[in-house]
Design a protein around this ligand. Structure first.
Ligand code: CDP
Ligand code: CDP
Length: 225
């Protein structure tokens, strides 16, 4: 990241891509390998969807969603080497991955006012740590100046298979469609992102390819393990 923009020398590696492309798994390994903080921006959108649904609000009711966001306290922090999140003091935990949240999260995420608030929270992490941040618009919108951007993809069939092996109900095609076609910050590979099709790759191979690209682009990490 350009130090002039952050006031420090912290760096961010952006990992974007569609659902079940392997973002979380590879971001977790990469951050551990580099000693960076792993931040999953998706859980912020999921936490809002979770809170909205719990309050009996329809995820498609944008005005009610915006009002609700103004009424809750979403705290994003760090504990040890992990990013943390609570809503009104509660950690939603595994409920963030529920089929109800999967079904509602893309509707909530297409609201511009929601994105403004959550993107500001995402950017704050770079003030305090070197980070690997995963999401949909990290390289294109949240940190467009970072030289380290990856867009990881896989065929819809492979992604659906990966998710079903996890035993989770998740209509990937529906989420893909809303995420890719929304007016604000759609899911898109930044022009300068390295695109990796992981359909036939293991996690180890994806990690190795990302590290290769990082080193080729002059990335130097003293703490690298
Ligand atoms: O892990 P998975 O890819 O299934 O989903 P996620 O990263 O947790 O994101 C859940 C949803 O949040 C996505 O389908 C998007 O609608 C939204 N999202 C977003 O709009 N922008 C981000 N930077 C991250 C997630
Ligand atoms: O974060 P995202 O939704 O993009 O994907 P993930 O939760 O990291 O990965 C979804 C599932 O696919 C997990 O069970 C991974 O272990 C698996 N996966 C895989 O088998 N091969 C890969 N190259 C990447 C992920």
């Amino acid at each position: 990241m350009n130090p002039d923009l952050t006031g420090n020398n912290n760096r961010v590696i952006a990992i974007d891509g569609p659902a079940a492309s392997g973002k979380s798994s590879v971001s977790e390994r990469l951050s551990r390998h580099l000693g960076f903080l792993h931040v999953n921006s998706g859980i912020m959108y999921r936490a809002l969807a979770w809170s909205v649904l719990r309050s009996g609000i329809h995820a498609e009711d944008a005005r009610a969603v915006i009002r609700h966001l103004g009424e809750i306290q979403m705290d994003c922090g760090i504990s040890g080497d992990k990013a943390t999140l609570t809503v009104d003091g509660i950690d939603p935990g595994s409920e963030l991955k529920s089929s109800e949240v999967n079904a509602g999260v893309s509707a909530v995420s297409q609201v511009a006012e929601v994105r403004d608030v959550l993107v500001a929270k995402q950017r704050e992490y770079l003030d305090v740590a070197d980070i690997v941040m995963e999401g949909r618009d990290i390289g294109s919108v949240v940190f467009p100046d970072t030289p380290y951007k990856f867009f990881i993809d896989a065929s819809i069939e492979i992604r659906a298979l990966r998710r079903s092996k996890e035993g989770i109900v998740d209509n990937l095609a529906a989420r893909d469609a809303i995420d890719s076609n929304r007016a604000v910050s759609p899911l898109v590979a930044a022009d300068d992102a390295v695109v990796i099709d992981t359909s036939d790759m293991t996690l180890e191979q994806v990690l190795a390819e990302i590290l290769d690209h990082l080193h080729q682009s002059g990335f130097n990490q003293l703490n690298e393990k």
